[in-house]
Design a protein around this ligand. Structure first.
Ligand code: FAD
Ligand code: NAI
Length: 472
């Protein structure tokens, strides 16, 4: 393998490998360095993909146990084969990681296995040392470096994650038995997704959250509706509480909690505790100090709007630069960054990046929430439509939730959309396209939506923004 490249991307996650593919498509000689022994990063190995595999398996189980009867389907003898469920998840991960390896080959991107360290920052000829999986070190030279090293679990001071009794999301993906009880610390995306997996499979799940609300960045009405639904599904919440300690013992973990605003402490016990209080930038051993690359006081690599750090020729994308820690945001930054390296105007509309929580029903949001619009003093109109009034949702027996479209009061331009409901993550994408094109709520409302479809809920919400919903 040659030791000189136009662009070396450090990190083979969705940001990194996509950046390298796009760079190669544009004629740059590109390489990806990845240390974990498989491509795809957090997302493919211990994030998006394995969690969705388990969400799907546990959803099917819950449907069989509690949903089939309403359809006149009698089933009996349903059992959980956890090792098989886990093996299926692992196989799905493998299909994806090997698929990415194939994509790199197809696009003539070099895949260098090992941990990278920037050893010299020199304009046009940066140097990177890679400690291979066999321990041997090799040096490479590159015109551009793209740091795409992603993120890691935020630890909770005083609590040791042993990935057995006290687990991070990574441990929660590989539990060898279904715990009877589980305490989840943090009512964010990971807490609710992984909490849902284990609750569906039989665990009694209690979520402890520091704030008074679940899913803090989401729209207020959506948060309330989702909490109500999750409680109905059996998930318990201790909101406005902070965890002050966790003591593992022979049979489980004692977790001490206190009201966030002060008050008496109490102890909860569970077989397994999941710590899911956020993620932090991963830059360990990367040599940022040697290269002189600035990081923020929260540890994120600082990059300008063209993804360049303070050091010329060293760029950064994805989770490591902060913002929404989402795979699709990382991918799109990878594409934009590669295009900028190739002399093109790479660009992302950060106002049109959807966030999706893959519980069931799903939660999806894009653009501004009502709270943000109020705070910014923007006059807006809101249209809301429930799935209960949608024919397809009723036919499916999946009628929880609603869609809400927010539009500028004067121009009618769509400013946001928030959905709790079946397949909310898929439904929100028509609004993403609409927002990309600067559409109005009337544009969505006048688009002919096939019937009977769940997407008609979004159309009706857009109609409702003009007070002319047809089916309610
Ligand atoms: P990463 O995917 O973290 O990849 C960085 C890679 O760099 C890693 O593989 C790491 O090994 C490698 N690396 C780091 N340092 C070095 C070095 N010095 N040398 C060589 N290699 C190095 N997002 C979604 O959009 N949808 C979801 O459904 C979703 N589900 C998630 C579920 C879980 C449980 C978790 C934890 C995250 C989830 N995310 C999801 C978030 C998503 O995984 C991240 O936003 C995404 O992976 C970020 O991509 P990235 O390329 O920036 O970094
Ligand atoms: P998060 O930021 O979504 O939620 C963390 C929650 O923990 C917040 O509600 C916060 O208030 C709470 N918290 C923080 N400190 C606490 C404390 N000491 N005690 C109690 N609660 C505390 O972080 P999470 O769930 O760990 O996910 C990390 C990242 O991974 C997210 O940024 C998310 O974007 C990404 N992710 C995305 C998914 C998706 O797109 N479907 C799925 C899973 C993760």
């Amino acid at each position: 393998m040659s030791d000189s490249f136009d662009v070396i991307v450090i990190g083979g996650g969705p940001g990194g490998y996509v950046c390298a593919i796009r760079a190669a498509q544009l004629g740059l000689k590109a390489a990806v360095i990845e240390g974990r022994g498989a491509l795809g990063g957090t997302c493919t190995n211990v994030g998006c993909i394995p969690s969705k595999a388990l969400l799907q398996s546990s959803h099917l189980y819950e449907e069989a146990m509690h949903g089939f009867a309403a359809h006149g389907l009698k089933v009996g003898g349903i059992e959980i084969d956890l090792p098989k469920m886990m093996a299926r998840k692992d196989e799905v991960v493998k299909q994806n990681t090997t698929g990415i390896e194939f994509l790199l080959k197809k696009n003539r991107v070099a895949y260098i296995k090992g941990w990278a360290r920037i050893t010299k920052a020199e304009r046009g000829a940066h140097q990177i040392a890679v400690k291979g999986l066999d321990g041997a070190e090799t040096s490479y030279t590159t015109k551009y470096v793209v740091i795409a090293t992603g993120s890691d679990v935020t630890p909770l001071p005083g609590i040791t994650i042993d990935e057995k009794q006290v687990v991070s999301s990574t441990g929660a993906l590989v539990l060898s038995k279904i715990p009877k009880t589980m305490i989840v610390i943090g009512a964010g995306v990971i807490g609710l997704e992984m909490g849902s997996v284990w609750r569906r499979l039989g665990a009694e799940v209690t979520v402890v959250e520091f704030l008074d609300v679940i899913l803090p960045p989401m729209d207020g009405e959506v948060r309330k509706e989702m909490q109500r639904i999750l409680e109905k599904q059996g998930m318990k919440f201790k909101l406005g509480h902070k965890v002050t300690g966790a003591k593992p013992g022979k049979t489980g973990v004692d977790v001490t909690i206190e009201p966030a605003k002060g008050g008496a402490a109490e102890t909860l016990s569970a077989e397994v505790v999941l710590v899911a209080i956020g993620r932090k930038a991963f830059t360990d051993g990367l040599g940022l100090d040697v290269a002189g690359v600035k990081v923020s006081n929260r540890g994120f690599v600082e990059a300008d709007q063209h993804y360049q750090t303070n050091v010329e020729g060293i760029f950064a994308i994805g989770d490591v630069i902060g913002g929404q820690m989402l795979a699709h945001k990382a991918e799109d930054e990878g594409v934009a960054c590669a295009e900028i390296l190739a002399g093109q105007p790479g660009h992302i509309n950060y106002d049109a990046i959807a966030g999706v929580v893959y519980t069931w029903p799903e939660v999806a949001g894009i653009g501004k929430t009502e709270e943000q619009l109020k705070e910014a003093g923007i006059a807006y109109k809101s249209g809301k439509f429930p799935f209960m009034a949608n024919g397809r949702a009723r036919a499916n027996g999946d009628t929880m939730g609603f869609a809400k479209v927010l539009a500028d009061a004067t121009t009618d331009r769509v400013l946001g959309c928030h959905i709790v409901g079946p397949a909310a993550g898929d439904l929100i994408m028509e609004v993403a396209v609409a927002m990309e094109f600067g559409a109005s709520s009337e544009d969505i409302a006048r688009t002919c939506h096939a019937h009977p479809q769940l997407g008609e809920v979004v159309k009706e919400a857009a109609l409702a923004a003009d007070k002319r919903a047809l089916h309610i």
